[in-house]
Design a protein around this ligand. Structure first.
Ligand code: PRX
Length: 676
C-alpha cells in the first residue's frame, strides 16, 4: 500500500530511526537539543549540540544521518535494508537498497492526501501576466493521464522517453508520468539543435519522444516539432512522437505523431504507480565533458530525490507555504532538481518560468516576483550581470518584500553582480546563496547556508559543504592539501545519495572521468580555493569544459563541428572572460592550404554550423584565422598558451620548453594584434 505523508509510517520511520541512531551514536538518554526543531529528520540525534555538530556528524556518521533522513523525508512502500554500498575506487554507488518507492507518489500523491488544493505549479508563461496555476490534485491527474497514455502506447518500465519541450506543466507531468510507470526520462533542452537532439535520442535508444507543436520564448515562436521531425529522421529507434499544443498553430502530423492532449482526454485520472527499486534509473541527462560526445549521466530514484528535497529545504530555508521561483529551464539539472523534484517532494509551490529576463522588458523577473509573491528566487549570474546594466529602476518599480533568499547557480558570481543582487534586488536584507554543484552531483554540494541561518556569507563564495558532503583539495602531484589558504582540484572524499551512478552505456568512461584522476575520490573537474577560515571558492574548470551564460559545453564539441567545414584544416576553441556571459567562445581556425575565401563569410558559415549542430549559445563570439597553432612536440595543441594570448597575459605564458616551434606563439600574438 502507498503510504501518504503524515500517516503512521512517519511515526514508525522516525522511531525506528531513533533506535538505529541511538545504537550507533551512544547518545540515548541525553537531553534533546534544538537540532530537532531545526531539522526534524535529525530528531534521533539526541545530544548533538547544535547545527555545526550535526553537520560534523552527517559526515563522520554519514550512514546514520542518511538513514534517518531517508526514513523521515521519503514515503517508502518497502523500507530499505542497506543504507549504502559504495566504493569510490570502482565508481560503485548504491544507496538504500532493498527499499521500494515511487518518485511521483512522493512528489504528488502524499501532498494530494494532505493538501489537494495547494498550488503545485505556477506557469509563468512567456506572455506576461498570463500565468496559470495547477494544484497538486490537478498535477496528479495530469500526470496519471500521461502515465496511462504512455502505457497504452506500449511504454514499459525500464524504457527511456525523450522529452523535448519548453518549461511547462505538461513537461513536468511527462517527467513525473515516466517516474510513475517506471520509465526513465531524457529531457533535452529545447534550445538544442536537431543534430544534438538526434544524438541524445540515439544514445538513449528512445522509442518515444514528447514535444510541443511550437515553443514561445521572448515573444518569438520556436519550431520545436519541426526540429523533432528532422531529428527523428536519423533515429531508427523512434516509433512515436507525442505532440502537445503550446500555440494554436497546427503542424503537419505524420503517421508516427500522436495528438497528446486529445489522447490524454481519453485516459483515466488514476494510474497505478510502479513499485520501483531505490537504484532503478529515474532519468538520463546529457552533459558535456572535456572530450568526446556528451555523456548521459544516470540518476536513480531514492537517493536523487532525497538529496534534491533536502538541499531544496535547507540551502534556501524553504518553509511550508513558500513560493519557490527557480528560473532555470527544465532541460538542465537545475530545472530537474529545483524546479521539479526538490520543490515537489517538499510540497512547495514551484514556478515554471518560460520567458527570458528581458522580455518584454528588463523588469520581467521582479514583476514576476511581485505578482507571484515569490519567496525564494534562484537564477544565474549571467542574467544578473545583464540586468544590472539596465539599471536599478527596473528592479525598484516592483515590490520585492516577499523575497527571503536569493540563490545563484551555474557559474562564478563576480563581486559586482553579487553586491547588486544583494543590495538592489534583495534590498540588502536577503541572504545571497551562491550554490556550487553539477549535473553529476544531483544537487547542491557547497553553499553558504546549509545549516545556520545566521552564518556569515562572503560575496562570491560558495563557502560551506552541505550535510554529508566532504570536499577535499588535491594538488597536481595527487597529494591531499590539508591546510587552509590553499588551492587545488576539488574532489569529494565520501559518496552522497544524490550523486550520478554511471554514464549511460559507458561505465568505463564514468570511472575514467570521475574516479581515476584521484583514486579513492570523486573528481569534480573544478578547481577551488579554501580560505583561511575554511570556506570554499570555486576557481573554475580544470579541463576543457567552458561555461557560456551558465551553459556547459566542451570545447572539443565545438572544434568537432568547426573541423567538419571543408575549408578548415584544424581548430582550437577556448573560453575567454566575457562581461555578461561569464565566458565567451574564442575559436582559432587554421585553413587548408590554397583555400581562398573571405574570412567574414567563412566566420558566418562556421557560426551557422555550430548553431545548427549544437545550439546557438555554443556559437563562437570570435574567430581568429591562424597560420598554425602552437603545439607540443608530441602534437598536442597548447590551449593554455592560447588562453594566455587571448587574455593578453603574455607575462603568464609559462613554460614554453615543450613547444615544437616557439615561433608559432609569436605568429598568433601578431595575428591577434592586427585584429584588435
Ligand atoms: O564549473 C562548475 C560550474 O558549472 C559546472 C557544472 O555545470 P552543469 O553540470 O551544467 O550544472 C550547472 C548547474 C548546477 C561546474 O563544474 N558551476 C556551477 N555552479 C557554480 C559553478 N561555478 C562557480 N560557482 C558556482 N556556484
Amino acid at each position: 500500500m502507498w503510504l501518504p505523508c503524515g500517516c503512521t509510517s512517519k511515526y514508525v520511520a522516525s522511531s525506528f530511526a531513533r533506535r538505529i541512531l541511538a545504537s550507533h551514536l551512544h547518545v540515548s538518554g541525553r537531553s534533546r537539543c534544538n537540532v530537532a526543531a531545526f531539522m526534524p529528520e535529525a530528531a534521533g540525534f539526541e545530544g548533538v549540540s547544535g547545527r555545526a555538530a550535526l553537520r560534523e556528524l552527517s559526515v563522520s556518521n554519514s550512514e546514520s544521518f542518511w538513514a534517518a533522513v531517508a526514513r523521515h523525508r521519503l514515503s517508502w512502500s518497502i523500507p530499505f535494508h542497506t543504507v549504502q554500498d559504495c566504493d569510490l575506487s570502482r565508481g560503485k554507488i548504491k544507496w538504500f537498497e532493498g527499499g521500494k518507492l515511487n518518485v511521483s507518489v512522493n512528489c504528488l500523491d502524499r501532498h494530494v492526501h494532505t493538501c489537494p488544493e495547494r498550488v503545485a505549479l505556477i506557469w509563468e508563461r512567456d506572455e506576461r501576466g498570463s500565468e496559470m496555476k495547477y494544484t497538486y490534485r490537478e498535477l496528479l491527474e495530469m500526470t496519471c493521464r500521461v502515465g496511462n497514455l504512455l502505457r497504452r502506447h506500449g511504454v514499459k518500465r525500464g524504457d527511456c522517453v525523450t522529452i523535448y519541450m519548453p518549461t511547462c506543466p505538461l513537461a513536468v507531468a511527462s517527467m513525473l508520468a515516466c517516474a510513475r510507470i517506471g520509465a526513465a526520462h531524457n529531457v533535452v533542452f529545447a534550445g538544442f539543435s536537431a543534430d544534438a537532439l538526434a544524438e541524445r535520442i540515439r544514445d538513449a535508444q528512445s522509442s518515444t519522444v514528447i514535444t510541443v507543436n511550437q515553443g514561445v520564448r521572448g515573444g518569438k515562436v520556436i519550431e520545436l516539432k519541426k526540429t523533432v521531425d528532422t531529428a527523428v529522421e536519423s533515429c531508427p529507434t523512434v516509433k512515436q512522437v507525442f505532440v502537445a499544443m503550446r500555440t494554436d498553430n497546427p503542424v503537419t502530423m505524420t503517421a508516427r505523431d500522436i495528438a497528446m492532449e486529445e489522447e490524454m482526454l481519453k485516459e483515466d485520472v488514476v494510474c497505478e504507480p510502479a513499485v520501483m527499486n531505490s537504484e532503478d534509473v529515474l532519468f538520463l541527462l546529457y552533459t558535456s565533458g572535456s572530450t568526446g560526445k556528451p555523456k548521459g549521466l544516470v540518476h536513480t530514484q531514492a537517493g536523487y530525490l532525497l538529496y534534491a528535497a533536502l538541499t531544496h529545504r535547507y540551502v534556501f530555508s524553504y518553509h511550508d507555504g513558500d513560493v519557490f521561483g527557480c528560473v532555470a529551464d527544465i532541460g538542465w539539472i537545475t530545472g530537474h532538481s529545483y524546479v521539479v523534484y526538490g520543490p515537489l517532494a517538499n510540497g512547495a509551490t514551484t514556478v515554471l518560468f518560460e520567458s527570458t529576463p528581458i522580455y518584454p522588458d528588463p523588469g520581467r523577473y521582479w514583476d514576476m516576483v511581485e505578482r507571484l509573491k515569490i519567496n525564494q528566487f534562484y537564477g544565474a549570474p549571467t542574467a544578473i550581470r545583464l540586468l544590472l546594466k539596465y539599471g536599478d529602476q527596473w528592479v525598484n518599480k516592483y515590490d520585492r518584500s516577499t523575497l527571503k533568499t536569493l540563490g545563484s547557480v551555474g557559474e562564478p558570481i563576480n563581486t559586482e553582480a553579487w553586491e547588486w543582487y544583494h543590495r538592489v534586488v534583495g534590498d540588502g536584507r536577503c541572504p545571497v546563496v551562491d550554490t556550487w554543484w553539477q549535473t553529476e552531483t544531483g544537487g547542491i554540494c557547497i553553499a553558504p547556508r546549509p545549516s545556520d541561518p545566521d552564518a556569515e556569507i562572503v560575496p562570491g563564495m560558495a563557502m560551506r559543504p552541505f550535510f554529508g558532503i566532504k570536499p577535499v583539495l588535491i594538488d597536481t602531484e595527487g597529494e591531499l592539501l590539508t591546510s587552509n589558504n590553499t588551492s587545488g582540484a576539488l574532489c569529494m572524499a565520501q559518496p552522497w545519495p544524490g550523486m550520478a551512478r554511471t554514464i549511460h552505456n559507458n561505465h568505463q568512461r564514468f570511472i575514467e572521468t570521475y574516479f581515476q584522476p584521484y583514486p579513492g575520490y570523486f573528481f569534480t573537474g573544478d578547481g577551488a580555493y579554501r580560505s583561511e577560515e575554511g570556506y570554499y571558492q570555486i576557481t573554475g574548470r580544470l579541463d576543457d569544459v567552458i561555461n557560456v551564460s551558465g551553459h556547459r559545453i566542451g570545447t572539443a564539441e565545438i572544434e568537432d563541428v568547426v573541423n567538419q567545414c571543408p575549408a578548415v584544416a584544424e581548430s582550437a576553441v577556448i573560453g575567454y572572460t566575457h562581461s555578461i556571459k561569464g565566458q565567451g567562445v574564442y575559436a582559432f581556425v587554421v585553413l587548408k592550404k590554397g583555400i581562398d575565401v573571405k574570412e567574414a563569410d567563412l566566420s558566418r558559415q562556421l557560426n551557422g554550423m555550430v548553431s545548427e549542430k549544437i545550439a546557438k549559445y555554443a556559437s563562437p563570439d570570435f574567430i581568429q584565422f591562424a597560420q598554425r597553432l602552437p603545439k607540443t612536440r608530441s602534437g598536442k595543441i597548447m590551449r593554455r598558451v592560447l588562453r594566455k594570448v587571448v587574455e593578453s597575459d603574455l607575462e603568464g605564458l609559462g613554460d614554453l620548453s615543450t613547444l615544437d616551434d616557439p615561433a608559432a606563439v609569436q605568429e598568433i600574438i601578431q595575428e591577434q594584434s592586427v585584429l584588435s
